[in-house]
Design a protein around this ligand. Structure first.
Ligand code: FES
Length: 389
């Protein structure tokens, strides 16, 4: 699997508005109340509404004269319909069909072409998910890793952050590019640990089910001497790195519990459409980060902290640890170190290097394996060229 990644120059075609024909989280369930709610996903304006406990999603543009349906009302409770605020055209939430023109009488024609797009919906893990694309939806769990899909074995604590930049930059940040040991070296989580540089041996493999790739990184070094500069980390940062490596940067090799007990092979995986799954050597915890394109300049990063169910006491301890430590140290401070930089990246030509082996592999995999309704459906926009160091 490694050979194709070493092609001299790869120009990969990745749509600026995201990979279509996948399920994405649209909104936390609790945020949808009794009034319709406007959301945007992959550049599409969508209205969500709840009627009689059921959630519906329609294109947020009335086919009459374009008013936003999200300003409308469920006038007929229990019918699963939404009425436009302007002249009362009323649409079926399940099919998008026009079912009444409230200012024109019951005899007025209801042409089929007046239907608005309706979106397949699934509620799971505290979120409302939508299938955004141009084909019939795939079954909901198809695209999710087991630790999110199977809530009988895992539970999650989740949150989200809005990035003011294109989704590809956020996803690049979550591919395996070894920015973490450097960018986050002074975060509270890593502050006293050695800087683990594992640039010496990196490789990438296809996941067995073909949904993504897994990264290996071994033979790390903690200190390097640079001619004319001195050692890295420099003395002013080195003196306080007294802790032993935590295992955070270790591979899930045969010495890890994750491998021995659960057969897990990779600590860091990237999966379609835009998922980064990063685990711990115990195999009992993953952080799953799901990058959701909103429009070309806005992205929501959903962060699922996933704990293997091992009894109520351990669940309570895991939850307390998250509340009093991880939510602040990781989900807030650590992640914001990424956010501050990623939002300011200026896309353009890149000169990729040794740290980008995993990133290159991910872009290559994503461009070639993303689901598409038409084989030629990807945009012609080209991600900056990838050049071997
Ligand atoms: Fe919606 Fe007229 S614009 S009913």
């Amino acid at each position: 699997m490694n050979k194709p990644f070493k092609e001299k120059v790869q120009q990969v075609d990745i749509p600026a508005l995201g990979l279509r024909n996948y399920w994405y989280p649209a909104i936390a369930r609790w945020r949808l109340g009794s009034r319709p709610k406007a959301v945007t996903l992959l550049g599409e304006k969508i209205v969500l509404f709840r009627d009689d406990g059921k959630v519906y999603a329609l294109a947020d543009r009335c086919s009459h004269r374009g008013a936003p349906l999200s300003m409308g009302k469920c006038l007929y409770r229990g019918s699963g319909t939404l009425s436009c605020p302007y002249h009362g055209w009323t649409f079926d939430g399940g099919t998008g069909k026009l079912v009444a023109k409230l200012m024109e009488g019951g005899e007025s024609p209801l042409p089929a072409r007046a239907a608005v797009k309706s979106y397949p919906i699934h509620e799971h893990a505290g979120f409302i998910w939508l299938f955004v694309g141009d084909m019939n939806p795939v079954p909901f769990p198809t695209d999710l890793p087991e630790c999110i899909a199977d809530d009988s074995k895992w539970f999650s604590i989740s949150n989200w952050r809005t990035y003011k930049c294109n989704w590809r930059l956020v996803m690049d940040n979550l591919a395996h590019d070894q920015h973490a040991p450097f960018l986050h070296r002074e975060s509270p989580e890593l502050l006293f640990q050695p800087i683990f540089k594992h640039a010496t041996r990196n490789s990438t493999e296809l996941l067995e089910d073909g949904t993504g790739i897994g990264h290996h990184a071994t033979h790390g070094v903690h200190v390097t001497h640079y001619e004319g500069l001195g050692p890295f980390p420099p003395p002013q940062e080195a003196w306080y790195r007294k802790l032993k490596p935590s295992g955070r940067g270790k591979d899930m090799d045969s010495t890890s519990a994750a491998n021995a007990k659960f057969g897990l092979k990779f600590r860091h995986m990237n999966m379609l459409p835009s998922i980064a799954l990063i685990g711990r050597p115990s195999g009992n915890f993953f952080t799953c980060r799901l990058v959701t394109p909103i429009d070309e300049e806005t992205t929501i990063l959903y962060n699922f902290n996933l704990f293997r169910r091992r009894g109520s006491i351990i669940a309570l301890l895991n939850s307390l640890k998250w509340v009093f430590w991880s939510s602040w140290a990781h989900d807030w401070l650590f992640s914001d170190q990424d956010k501050v930089v990623v939002e300011r990246i200026r896309p353009g030509p890149e000169l990729l290097s040794k740290t980008d082996v995993g990133l290159t592999a991910w872009r290559w995999f994503m461009a070639r394996n993303a689901r598409r309704a038409e084989p030629e459906a990807l945009s012609s926009e080209v991600v900056p060229q990838i050049v071997e160091h």
